[in-house]
Design a protein around this ligand. Sequence first.
Ligand code: G3I
Length: 323
Amino acid sequence: SGLDVLAKRAGLKYFGTAIDNVVLDNPTYISIAHNRSEFGQVTPSNGQKWMYIEPVQNKFNFTLGDQITVPAKKKGQLRRCHNFVWHNQLPDWLTGRNWTKPELVKVLENHIKHEAKHYYNDCIAWDVVNEAFEDDAVASLRKDIWLDVIGKEYIELAFKFARKYTKPGTKLYYNDYAIERVNNKSRAVAALVKDFKKRHIPIDGVGLQAHYTVGRAPSYDEQLATHKLFSDLGVETALTELDVRIQLPDNATLQAQQGAVYANSTKACLDADDCVGITVWDFWDPVSWVPSTFPGFGNADIWDANFTKKPAYYAISDLLRSY
Ligand code: G3I
């Protein structure tokens, strides 16, 4: 049985993967990515981001997103959609101009409206706002175009627009990294959720990206406490971008440790009250984002370059089987 079959038996809604457009011409990659027994859910790694969806103002191009969502739908795989608002991968027309606040709010609404409508029947969840907090000790909001021009209100506006234009029942997520421990950043996200709940701003979930490093990953207990931090506020959680990078060169010991990190995170999600599912941020080492961002690190995924399942794959499947 594949990972999704086992995950469902263990009580999750899905076990999924991100899929990137740059490898869609690789038939072996595709056969695994759209194998529903392994992956009951997919997320486009890039294809639904602003620079690809609205490369020219008010001219929408859904090609790259559709390349992933259409085959997934045919195979019966759920889709998590990623993302409406982020500081990164924005088109030049958007970043290269001095907007007034009302203008940029309109741009934001128009983008969410068109993208939400196109993917109306597609998404069990949308990452509405991605990575809005800084990594600093006080976890203030990231200084990006949204904060500069609109102010912190951009976050709630995005969620309100998302609720207005997505299909009722679509789960609206705030998604971020380095919030998998109870720390300043995750507490800042929790404060945002609490405030939204109090003021009836729609929010349904918090995505813990879970980009981990062997030797530095949060423990099972730390992760369980973080899921609880959010579920106590009445939102669901999910591991939305799980991967575990290794400082190269790789060896059998490191691979076993990597497997333990994957298994711990899976276990914490299974034992948490409201963790609905797990998505790996690609399953195949050669397409991982890690080596280009963290030189000297890599092999973060669960299938190796030869499409052989790694110890991490078996660590996850053994853990799921034990439930
Ligand atoms: O599309 C071009 C392609 O035409 C060209 O041949 C190729 C050559 O390098 O580049 C392609 O664009 C790359 C794109 O990924 C598609 O593969 C960009 O250079 C590259 O910067 C981009 O990286 C993506 C990154 O987000 C951008 O910040 C990663 O694939 C993607 O996995 C990563 O995903 C993010 C999540 O959205 C949010 N959380 C963190 C996560 C990891 O950084």
